[in-house]
Design a protein around this ligand. Structure first.
Ligand code: GLV
Ligand code: GLV
Length: 326
């Protein structure tokens, strides 16, 4: 059959070459920027399948504008950019890329944890400005990591991988997880599953790994930040809106908590006013899965999911299996 496929952003070459070899018509957004909603709706006209990214809002209006599309293969594990119930109602398949980005994202959460705890970015800027005049007993004192308490909010694949790495630093691991127990975490690190309140009160480092849903919006809000230890460090590599960023700016400014490391933002790509002026936050441009190997595997996975749907098979990473039975 003659399939038409549209890819909304340039992706790693091997996956694009593979897709191009498998379908009859193939279009990639040639520009290195996200499409506007109207451009998106226009570009995917007549397509059978779309590989989209977390910048593409796939809502009812986009679904209605492109009734030929049978699958949106999201190039991400998170799919809060897609109105899944609306897609399900129209029997449109939604797929994601779980698993392949777990380690890369967990590694980056640790990079932020180390950078925030040991003031790596601040100290680097100090060096580059030529301000280092010799070793000093009080220069850039940060926080200890080894032996302290790590609190994981959301212990799915990524949260578990972050917690497992804590073993190397002889840390006590707590986790709060609405969805499920993490047996691997409990077995490997003697992690304890606790209520979020207890995790907030007890942890020196708090790392967020929940999906963004109506229930996790501002899960870490003002009252939750209030419960944290004065020296606490908050890491977010999940989704910005899970943390109330205005409340976080205030808490960092007043030193109510020590520091934060953020790879995601509430109004991404914008930062809330004041955030970028604070020395005690490390900010990254949503690069959790950004390694050559990981992004290539994600792209292949998205391509395979898309092709499976077009060929009438069950895709390996179907987010809305209800479409098969409904
Ligand atoms: C990236 O944020 C993802 O969800 O894969
Ligand atoms: C995503 O991969 C998660 O379950 O953490």
């Amino acid at each position: 059959m003659a399939f038409q496929v549209c890819v909304t952003r340039e992706l790693p070459r091997p996956a694009l070459d593979f897709l191009r070899s498998q379908v009859q018509s193939f279009r990639v957004n040639p520009e290195d920027r996200a499409l506007t909603p109207s451009e998106l709706a226009a570009r995917i006209q007549g397509c059978d399948g779309v590989v989209c990214t977390l910048n593409d809002r796939i809502d009812a209006s986009v679904l209605d504008a492109a009734p030929t599309v049978k699958v949106f293969a999201n190039y991400a594990v998170g799919y809060n950019n897609i109105d899944v119930p609306e897609a399900t109602r129209r029997k449109v398949a939604i797929t994601n890329t779980p698993g392949v980005l777990t380690d890369a994202t967990a590694d980056l959460a640790w990079a932020l944890l180390f950078a925030a705890a040991r003031r790596v970015v601040e100290a680097d800027a100090f060096m580059r400005r030529g301000r280092f005049k010799g070793w000093s007993p009080m220069l850039f004192l940060g926080s200890d990591i080894t032996g302290r308490t790590l609190g994981i909010v959301g212990a799915g694949r990524i949260g578990t991988a972050v917690g497992l790495r804590a073993k190397a630093f002889r840390m006590r691991v707590l986790y709060a997880s609405a969805a499920r127990r993490s047996e691997a975490l409990e077995r490997e690190t003697a992690a304890q599953r606790v209520a979020l309140d207890e995790l907030l009160r007890e942890s020196d480092f708090i790392s967020v790994h929940a999906p963004l849903t109506d229930r996790t919006f501002h899960l870490i809000g003002r009252p939750q930040i209030e419960q944290m230890k004065p020296g606490a460090i908050l890491i977010n590599t999940a989704r910005g809106p899970i943390v109330d960023e205005d409340a976080l700016v205030e808490a960092l400014r007043s030193r109510r908590i020590a520091a934060a490391g953020l790879d995601v933002f509430e109004d991404e790509p914008a930062m809330k006013p004041g955030l970028a002026d604070l020395p005690n936050v490390v900010v990254l441009p949503h690069i959790g899965s950004a390694t050559i190997g990981t992004r290539t595997r994600m792209a292949m996975m998205a391509a395979e999911n898309l092709l499976a749907v077009l060929r009438g098979h069950r895709p390996p990473n179907l987010v809305n299996p209800e479409i098969l039975t409904a």
